[in-house]
Design a protein around this ligand. Structure first.
Ligand SMILES: CC(C)(COP(=O)(O)OP(=O)(O)OC[C@H]1O[C@@H](n2cnc3c(N)ncnc32)[C@H](O)[C@@H]1OP(=O)(O)O)[C@@H](O)C(=O)NCCC(=O)NCCS
Length: 245
């Protein structure tokens, strides 16, 4: 039986925000949860910061999954899809998860029986924004983009990018999918919505697309191919006690 706070109803998604600046004892403790493969993978990162970030995110993911499944974190086994989306390897376990990190922050989303995708980006002024936007905007979005004031474009760009990446991660293809085949809302005064996607992935109105509360300077989004997913955001704590945002 999972501990209080770690019961997940069918239509719920818990989203954990995690700072990647953690004391070394927390890092050491989370490292103990990792499999030998994961430790080898961590060692392959050239920079210590990347190594630590992978260890923290994977260690925290294992700790959370262990709480939801009421099992030892180190017993969780993962498999990879053809396009590298990680999942729990046991077919009879219906928990799904997705993670993303950027700029010293990470998000870990966990749901039951529903494929989810998340993305977080640290906003920066983008000189090449117009060129990137041209690549990822659908024809219908280009007109709406042209109508934006210059000052609105940085925020709009990150809303656009994170929403599209969250959808492609829910589908499981990530950057292998052309972002310009998707259409999303990105205007500041409109809620996040999926407006168009290739027919094989369902109808846009049957998807949930949500802007997440992100740490300062970040933009984050979550997507799932189901209508009305209830998203509950929490801050991750090394002791694993839920702390609602
Ligand atoms: C998924 C992807 C968009 C993530 O890009 P990113 O912005 O650098 O990283 P994020 O922080 O948003 O997400 C990273 C996490 O996404 C997850 N992920 C990896 N591949 C994924 C996929 N195909 N779909 C959904 N999630 C994926 C992983 O958990 C990964 O973290 P981990 O490696 O520490 O476990 C990108 O790696 C991608 O497109 N991968 C699929 C294609 C691929 O693997 N190409 C290389 C070989 S063909």
């Amino acid at each position: 039986m999972p501990a209080p706070g770690f019961q997940l109803a069918c239509n719920d998604c818990h989203v954990w925000t995690l700072s990647l600046e953690q004391p070394s004892d927390v890092l050491a403790r989370l490292q103990q949860n990792l499999s030998e493969d994961e430790i080898r993978r961590a060692k392959r990162y050239r920079f210590a910061r990347q190594r630590q970030q992978f260890t923290l995110v994977r260690g925290a993911l294992r700790q959370l999954l262990g709480c939801y499944l009421d099992m030892a974190s180190e017993s969780c086994r993962f498999s990879l899809s053809e396009s590298n989306k990680p999942a729990l390897a046991e077919a009879k376990i219906d928990l799904r998860f997705n993670v993303a990190h950027a700029g010293g922050q990470a998000i870990i989303a966990i749901a039951r029986g529903i494929e989810i995708g998340v993305d977080i980006e640290a906003r920066q002024p983008l000189d090449e924004r117009q060129a990137l936007a041209d690549m990822i905007l659908s024809p219908a979005e280009k007109e709406r983009w042209q109508a934006l004031y210059e000052e609105a474009r940085t925020l709009a760009f990150y809303a656009l990018w994170t929403r599209k990446e969250a959808v492609t991660k829910a589908i499981g293809l990530g950057l292998l999918m052309d972002f310009n085949t998707l259409e999303v809302s990105f205007e500041r005064d409109l809620p996040a919505r999926l407006l168009g996607l290739p027919a094989q992935y369902g109808r846009p109105q049957d998807w949930t697309l949500t802007e997440l509360d992100a740490p300062s300077g970040h933009t984050a989004a979550l997507a799932a191919p189901v209508l009305g997913l209830r998203v509950l955001q929490r801050i991750w704590h090394p002791q694993g006690v839920p702390h609602d945002i």
